[in-house]
Design a protein around this ligand. Structure first.
Ligand code: ZN
Length: 165
């Protein structure tokens, strides 16, 4: 009985000693990841995967809508992009690949109603995929270009029910 208590106390002491260490290690690596990109693995899901797929779609390497999962189609699109960029076309979403993928955004030039993948309507407060028939009927003065769906949502625009962006 006395032995058990002693072991429990020892375990607790070890845990307490390790805990601040683990916390201290967590903070700087998280900060570093915010600047660079965290590598994504096949089967990964989440916002980072959606952003990756959106970018691949924008650049024409992937078709359709982001599935939100790093699937085979995404790996194929990544490999095509990597080949064009002179990277090893292994289809892996490494930090380096993501950096190259998103770096292009800055040099692509200004977003306009003619090149934006999404167009919102100032008047109806809805946003559309650029080739939605509603966009063709829209007055130019009401058009607001968006690079991503998230940005349009953040500005308070609602997705169009016709094109379902
Ligand atoms: Zn629409």
């Amino acid at each position: 009985m006395r032995n058990t208590r002693w072991i429990a106390a020892l375990l607790l002491a070890v845990l307490l000693a390790l805990m601040p260490c683990a916390l201290a290690e967590g903070t700087p690596s998280e900060a570093a990841e915010a600047e660079a990109y965290a590598a994504l693995l096949p089967g990964d899901t989440g916002d980072a995967v959606v952003a990756l797929q959106q970018r691949l779609i924008e650049l024409g390497y992937l078709e359709g809508e982001p599935s939100g999962e790093l699937d085979d189609d995404t790996a194929v699109a990544l490999a095509l992009f990597q080949a064009d960029e002179g990277l090893e076309p292994d289809g892996e979403a490494t930090a380096e690949t993501q950096e190259a993928l998103f770096a292009g955004a800055a040099v692509e030039g200004e977003l306009t109603v003619d090149n934006a993948p999404y167009i919102a309507n100032k008047n109806t407060k809805k946003f559309h995929i650029a080739d939605c028939p509603s966009v063709k009927e829209m007055k130019d003065s009401n058009k607001v270009p968006f690079a991503t769906k998230d940005e349009a949502l953040e500005e308070g625009y609602k997705p169009c029910k016709r094109c379902n962006p």
